[in-house]
Design a protein around this ligand. Structure first.
Ligand code: MSP
Length: 510
């Protein structure tokens, strides 16, 4: 079994922000999840380096375009490395192979009679890099996603891709493949976008206005429209059209924010159909992160969350956990450094980290540095073991991005039960009398074994801390292609010596 997960490729007109961190972290979590299920995986993320707004940023920087792109894309790469995002391929659309394929595709569509040249007058939002209909704009004539930009009126001779001939096929595809859009609530939004005839898609920009891009193979006065170019990365990352790509392509899951549903749900599948390729297997949509006050993050409001700052203050697991726990697909969610800090202290620190330290240190102090062997189990033991098994099982089968808050909640529930169990069983009292000492060994074993099981699952979200804890317990995580991980109880090696217990999530005060 294979899995190909992609993120959008990010514009490099500014430094990476939390929205970029979000989708790449989600893609990494899904990759780890598929790996645990024994899949062979490929995950890509990277940068969208062409188009009008990147060009404007390059000019403003005073650097040459290629130096600017190198500088910014290495900043994005550094962010993903810092966040433990295990991409298999880092996309840069300025790469020659990608650019060559974009031009070849255009030639194919031209030869197939699907591209026409005509005069067009329209309103363009440089923020979205898209033409807008008057009905897409707010009462002030601004784009709702980029209210600070004044949309430009353009009247140009350009090349257009005829997409209307494919509309009915796409509607049928959406209706016949319920898994095409995840979560399903976005299906009606997409069908709505397909309810009226589709205007031809403008796929060029005159070089005198935008020169950062792929020249049209049939007219070098023009460069390719940035979205047309960027979407093709999902194929070129696989070496398309060289044979072998289709093994991965059949499994493609594109993670996207809700603002780019039209480009991925309408333009991209139609481009693929025109090329004789299948639409991607799935589009998985997420909502946006809002800053303090529930407002869009902006420097003026001072509510921007810088992912690099979060990592240096709290570590990458803290950010990964916050995003996974609080992300929503059907709505937006709030984020601030303070909210991440609180979640880190209360859920990772108090629930997981403290229990691990207390039970681990107790075993070292009272059972000669070793994991004690357990005796017979009581109903209380069985209850917490079941909760841990249940939480771990949530991570053992492939899940979709929108299900992450649910699987994370099972971890919180299991850890709450384990903490209560540990307090109620009071191993520090049991150890005092010889007749209750064996029961103490069982309580410590049950606690550590249940924690181990939870960590084997939640390592998909917090790999750094979870792998450190599993190594301390002498149980490194194991799964490989074709050999899925199966959550099981009683895998903790009784009698094994434990190394020094380090704090997993040291408390951070405001
Ligand atoms: N370059 C295009 C994508 C091309 S993919 C073939 C683009 N780039 S972007 O940098 O503007 O945005 C990339 C992604 O970041 C989008 O999925 C968008 O939804 C996401 N986010 C931007 N701001 C966001 C938040 N505040 N919260 C969550 N995600 C957000 O669009």
């Amino acid at each position: 079994m294979r899995s190909y997960v992609t993120t959008p490729i990010y514009y490099v007109n500014a430094a990476p922000h939390i929205g970029h961190a979000h989708t790449s972290i989600m893609a990494d979590i899904l990759k780890r999840n598929r790996q645990a299920a024994g899949f062979e995986t490929k995950m890509t993320t990277g940068c969208d380096e062409h188009g009008q707004k990147n060009q404007a940023a390059a000019i403003a920087s005073g650097l040459s375009a290629s130096d600017y792109l190198d500088m910014r894309s290495s900043e994005f790469r550094r962010l993903f490395d810092t966040l433990n995002v295990g991409y298999d391929f880092f996309v840069r659309t300025s790469r020659p192979f990608h650019m060559e394929q974009v031009a070849l595709i255009e030639q194919r569509l031209m030869d197939a009679g699907l591209i026409v040249k005509k005069q067009y007058t329209g309103i363009y939002c440089a923020g979205c890099e898209q033409f807008k209909k008057p009905s897409d704009l707010d009462e002030h004539g601004r784009c709702p996603d980029h209210p600070t930009l004044i949309p430009e009126e353009l009247d140009e001779l350009n090349y257009f891709f005829k997409i209307e001939p494919f509309r009915q096929r796409l509607i049928d595809h959406v209706n016949d493949n319920p898994e095409f859009i995840s979560p399903p609530s976005f299906r009606s939004q997409l069908l709505n976008m397909l309810s009226d005839p589709l205007e031809d898609l403008c796929i060029s920009r005159p070089v005198r206005r935008v020169s950062l891009g792929v020249r049209l193979p049939f007219d070098d006065e023009y460069v390719t429209y940035v979205w047309f170019d960027a979407l093709i990365n999902y194929l070129t990352n696989l070496g398309w059209p060289k044979p072998g790509y289709e093994l991965w392509w059949d499994t493609a899951e594109h993670l996207i924010g809700k603002d780019i549903l039209k480009t991925h749900g309408v333009y991209w599948p139609i481009m693929l159909m025109a090329l004789g390729e299948k639409p991607p297997k799935q589009l998985s949509v997420h909502g946006h992160w809002l800053g303090t006050g529930g407002l869009k993050m902006s420097k003026t409001l001072g509510n921007v969350v810088d992912p690099f700052e979060v990592v240096s203050l709290l570590g990458s697991d803290a950010l990964r956990y916050y995003l996974a726990r609080n992300m929503r697909s059907d709505s937006d969610s709030m984020i601030s450094i303070e909210l991440i800090r609180q979640t880190y202290n209360s859920e990772l620190g108090n629930r997981i980290g403290n229990l691990f330290s207390r039970a681990g240190k107790f075993a070292k102090a009272r059972f000669e540095d070793r994991i004690p062997a357990r005796g017979d189990l009581t109903a209380d033991d069985e209850r917490v073991r079941l909760a841990a098994l249940d939480a771990a099982r949530g991570f053992a089968k492939p899940f979709e991005m929108y299900e992450l808050p649910r699987v994370t909640q099972a971890v919180v529930t299991a850890c709450d039960m384990l903490n209560n169990y540990f307090a109620e069983q009071a191993p520090w009292d049991l150890i005092k009398k010889p007749e209750t000492a064996p029961r103490c060994a069982t309580v410590i074993y049950v606690t550590l074994d249940a924690l181990r099981l939870v960590l084997e699952g939640v390592r998909q979200i917090i790999p750094t801390a979870a792998d450190k804890a599993l190594a301390t317990l002498g149980c490194p995580f194991e799964a490989s292609v074709g050999t899925p991980w199966v959550p099981q109880l009683d895998r903790l090696p009784a009698g094994r010596e434990m190394v020094e217990i380090e704090s997993l999530f040291p408390r951070v005060d405001a």
